[in-house]
Each structure stands twice: as structure tokens, then as C-alpha cells.
Design a protein around this ligand. Sequence first.
Ligand code: X2X
Length: 339
Amino acid sequence: MTEVTRRSVLRTLSAVPAAGIAAALPSMARAAEFSYKYGNNLPVTHPLNIRAQQAADRILKETNGRVEIKIFPNNQLGGDTDMLAQVRSGGIEFFTPSALVIATLVPVAAINAVGFAFSDYNQVWGAMDGKLGAHVREAISKSRLYAFEKMWDNGFRQTTSSKAPVTTAKDMDGLKIRVPVSPLSISMFKGLGAAPASLQFSEVYSSLQTKIVDAQENPLPIIQVAKLYEVQKFCSLTNHIWDGYWFIANGRAWDKLPADLKTIIARAINEAGLQQRDDIKKLNETVVADLQSKGLSINRPTSDSFRAKLREAGFYGEWKERFGAEAWGLLEQSVGKLA
Ligand code: X2X
């Protein structure tokens, strides 16, 4: 602002009664009444960040500047474990943990990640937009967090390695593979005979580069945007877990919001989530060819040997018990009998 305009603004303001000052300012220039931070673990180019930014822009506009959401992508505020602690304490107001990650706090949230449970997206969205998702959201709310209704897509997790392709369960034997900070992932890869290590996503690229681990597992769009193909040679389409992100808010911050603002925010975030699912769906049509062109060698194993190995290891029986009959029953309503 130049001196002249600043002075003329001040002059104008001094002529306005105190209560009218805020109303006299252009709405967007005012400090927002609710200024919120949202942290996540993905690069800005991932559809989750693109759609979240659009939602934040829409929320600012539809609330006439009253609610501003600032996005901190790519682990800028720390790894997942840190961000989960921050959203609980109120250090940040929003976070998108993967189901695997929020399960360190709300164990039943890992139910969608049971190995080889979902065979396609119809099953996934039927369950997560239906009773299973509602069951998980209810459990999340008991931790004083609010989970928005629509889950965002991470994707079906695939296995990459610098050593060799994975064609059957035998190839998992002794494999040093990074998995998220997730008890279910550790249990599953141990069941498959691998040697899994839990690391924050913020450590994945460097740990593959320095060979602390040889392999990792993530959906293809993440392998693409996080450039994991630079430090991996083989990509085996194991489809072993379907993983999604819960968009969550700190419970106190959410409860404080007036109902009309809640409605605007929830609509913008849930609709952005549906668009983000579509983005991933479209990406999935081109991502294999793109990763191949970047030097990844792709193979498509069938799931039989992996399922058999997990059954033999008692994986399904153990997790049925850990999740409880109700959650397991809801999962089986969507995918059929598992164990
Ligand atoms: O950490 C991972 O692998 C990621 C990015 O997929 C999750 O958020 C679980």
C-alpha cells in the first residue's frame, strides 16, 4: 500500500464508528475469524493437495473470508506421528492421516487395510461410504477428533523393490521392506515372511536411496509424485491393501465453529474428496505406462500365494479378533467371507 492510500484508508476508518470498521474493510483483507492449519504427508502435486487447496479457496470465498485454511503439505510440519499428535493437541486443526496411520490411535480404523479384502473400488466405496465407514468415524470421534464423511483415496498398495520383482509370496522371504507406522502392516508383512520396518513417509525416499531398506509399498500415484521410481527398479502390482485418507479435524476446533460455517466447510471438503477419488481413478489409467517410461519394470502377480501364506500364518484369525466381530462383520458384508 502506498503512503497516500494508506493515509486515505486511515482517514476513512477514523470517520467510521468502531463497530463499523471491520465491515468497512474489504472482506478478504480482514484477518480471518477462524485461521486454521492443515498438514499432510504428500507432495503438492498429488491430487489430495490439489483438491484440498481448491476446497480451502472455496471455503474462504463461501464464508466471506471468515474461515481460512492454510495447507502445509509434504511433511513440512513433521512426519505422520507428529502431525497426529498436533491435530489432537490443537497445534494444527486439520490432518489427513491414512487409515493405517490413524489406527495407531483408533485401532479399528485399519479395518479397510486387511490384506486382499477389497477386490475393486465398488466394494471400497460401498463399504467406506456405508456402514463400515460410519463405524470407523464413530470410533474416531471418541478420540475427540471429527472425521469428515467422505474418505479420500490413497489407492491399492503395490510393492516396489531395488532387488527383484515379487511374483509369488516366496519372493517376500526376508525382504527388507519399509511399511508405514502401522501394526497391521507389520503383522501382514511378517506373515508373508518379509522383514518389515516401520518408517515415516518423510523418510522413505532417503531410506531407499541409502539402502536402509530395499523395498517399499505404496499406491502408484504416490510412487509417481514422490519420485520413488528414481530409487527403485521393480514394481509388482500386488494390490495387497486398499488404503484411504481420513480428513480429520481437531474436535475442539470443530465444535467451536458455528453451524453455518460447519456446513460450508464439510460440503467443500466432502465434495473435494469425491473429485479427488476421480482424479486418482483417472491417474490409474496412465500411471503404469508413465512409471514404465521412467524405468520401472512392472509385473502383475496373482494374489493366491499371498492369501494362502497369510491364512497359514493366522493373519486373518488374529485380526478378526483384534478388530472385533462387529467391524469384521461389516467388512465381510462388503467383501464376502475372509477367514
Ligand atoms: O506412508 C505411506 O506409505 C503413505 C503415504 O501411503 C501413507 O500415508 C500411509
